[in-house]
Design a protein around this ligand. Structure first.
Ligand SMILES: [Zn+2]
Length: 116
């Protein structure tokens, strides 16, 4: 059986989440307690390696849209999914994980694809 060489390949992902106004941690005490308990008892940076998440580049939230966008460098979107379920995030958000590139990479691809 052929074996595949396991190269560490870090890629950029956007993690999008949306919750209802009723499940917002700003106004829902039960959700807030769960989220705060996890955050205050978890050294997030120290558990990222378990999910092959190299680093979190940004954690952005839109309170009035009840949405979030976290941007991270990681190896495996399935492990990002596990991170979302192991944390409280997936318990009150509908989430998606989107592969991303930088604007510089878009320009590079456009130049290459169109011989510019
Ligand atoms: Zn909210």
């Amino acid at each position: 059986m052929p074996t595949r060489k396991k190269n560490k390949q870090i890629k950029l992902y956007g993690i999008y989440g949306v919750h209802t106004p009723e499940s917002c941690p700003v106004t829902n005490t039960e959700v807030a307690a769960r989220l705060v308990e996890w955050f205050e008892n978890t050294d997030v940076d120290s558990i990222l390696g378990k999910y092959k998440i190299d680093r979190i580049l940004g954690q952005f939230h839109s309170p009035l849209e009840h949405s979030l966008l976290w941007v991270m460098e990681a190896e495996d979107p399935h492990l990002i999914q596990k991170f979302c379920f192991d944390s409280p995030l997936a318990s009150f958000h509908t989430m998606k994980i989107v592969p991303m590139t930088t604007f510089a990479q878009v320009i590079q691809s456009a130049k290459k694809n169109h011989s510019l």
